[in-house]
Design a protein around this ligand. Structure first.
Ligand SMILES: [Ca+2]
Length: 342
């Protein structure tokens, strides 16, 4: 009888503990899911539900090799954008609970709407499914995509006939390009390769494997120190220019209310990185040190006129001509020069 009572009591305690554990995990998941879309700002305190705090001895958030039990969005610990963390809770019963979560940190300041005025228009070859776009002097360097029609070309702004053309093999899908010194670097979409060319002749000098961290090759630019690439996510990947298969730094891009996903064609200019968002007629102005979106351009009107009802023909080209921005898109027949107003 005594033994039975003991078994019964033990089972009851275990059942209670199990219930508490489930409640805590469910409650934590509910809290984290709600906060993921709402996001935090630096300095915010995490206010976890009572179901958790009442039964927890300690609560720790771990993030790679770092951990904090401060339950505060401390900039020494969290980065702007998405932080993939694990909550580790030691319960008063001596159990350890783990749960993965994403802690989104948004910027304090709102993104500024940047005004512009179209000051000039130039022709663009509408056959070109543009991926990479930049200007040096009066010469446009353009990388065009799609398997079977991928190429690297250069032409004088105002004309469309290429001065030099380098066609890719049929299985290659070209993506973003950037100039570093006397070389052009070019990414490919899913071939997991990048190419290096002589800037003048487009003679292929070498190739490099796409870093493992990048899901695909999308946009590319050069900030004077590193190549900077996108892969369709919310990240800017800074690559070692001497070995572009090495990622030296990754920055997550966020604004006041959102993480910006599908970052695409890039252009570095005067300390900022400009990126378009795939399938949106928007160009972001990003602080490359923090990932903060400080401003954005709305090119809806230009994009609608030039897409001509084809949803694939999105805005996909940013370059700079002095302090004016050049924008174009996939298969557009025009390049627009815009003066930036603020
Ligand atoms: Ca560009």
């Amino acid at each position: 009888m005594k033994r039975n009572l003991l078994v019964c009591l033990t089972s009851m305690i275990m059942l209670m503990s199990c219930n508490d554990k489930d409640k805590m995990l469910t409650s934590l998941k509910g809290y984290n899911d709600a906060m993921e879309s709402k996001g935090y700002h630096f300095g915010d305190q995490l206010v976890l539900p009572k179901e958790i705090t009442d039964h927890a001895e300690t609560i720790t958030i771990s993030f790679g090799d770092k951990e904090t039990s401060g339950l505060k969005i401390d900039p020494n610990f969290f980065a702007l954008g998405d932080n993939k963390v694990t909550f580790v809770i030691k319960t008063k019963n001596g159990e350890t609970l783990n749960q993965d979560a994403t802690i989104n940190v948004f910027t304090k300041a709102l993104e500024k709407n940047i005004g512009y005025e179209i000051v000039s228009e130039y022709p663009h070859d509408p056959n070109n499914f543009i991926e990479g776009f930049l200007l040096e002097g009066t010469t446009v360097y353009e990388s065009d995509g799609l398997a079977g029609s991928s190429q690297l070309i250069k032409y004088t702004l105002g004309e469309t006939k290429p001065l030099v053309t380098e066609k890719q093999a049929n299985n290659i899908f070209s993506e973003g390009c950037a100039i570093v010194g006397d070389k052009v670097y070019q990414l490919t979409y899913q071939n997991r390769l990048g190419f290096v060319y002589d800037k003048n002749t487009f003679k292929r000098l070498s190739e490099f494997p796409l870093p493992n961290a990048l899901a695909e090759g999308w946009g590319l630019t050069y900030d004077g120190k590193n190549l900077v690439a996108t892969d369709g996510s919310n990240h800017l990947y800074f690559l070692d220019v001497n070995d572009p298969s090495k990622v030296v730094k990754t920055v997550s891009v966020a604004g006041n209310k959102e993480i910006y996903d599908k970052l695409n064609e890039l252009e570095y200019h005067n300390g900022f990185i400009y990126s378009n968002v795939w399938f949106k007629p928007v160009v972001l102005k990003i602080n490359p040190n923090t990932g903060e979106v400080v401003g954005k351009f709305d090119f809806t009107e230009i994009a609608e006129k030039n897409m001509e009802g084809n949803e694939e023909h999105v805005l996909n080209g940013i370059a700079f001509k002095g302090d004016n921005m050049l924008v174009t898109g996939k298969n557009w027949s025009k390049i627009f020069e815009v003066a930036i107003k603020n």
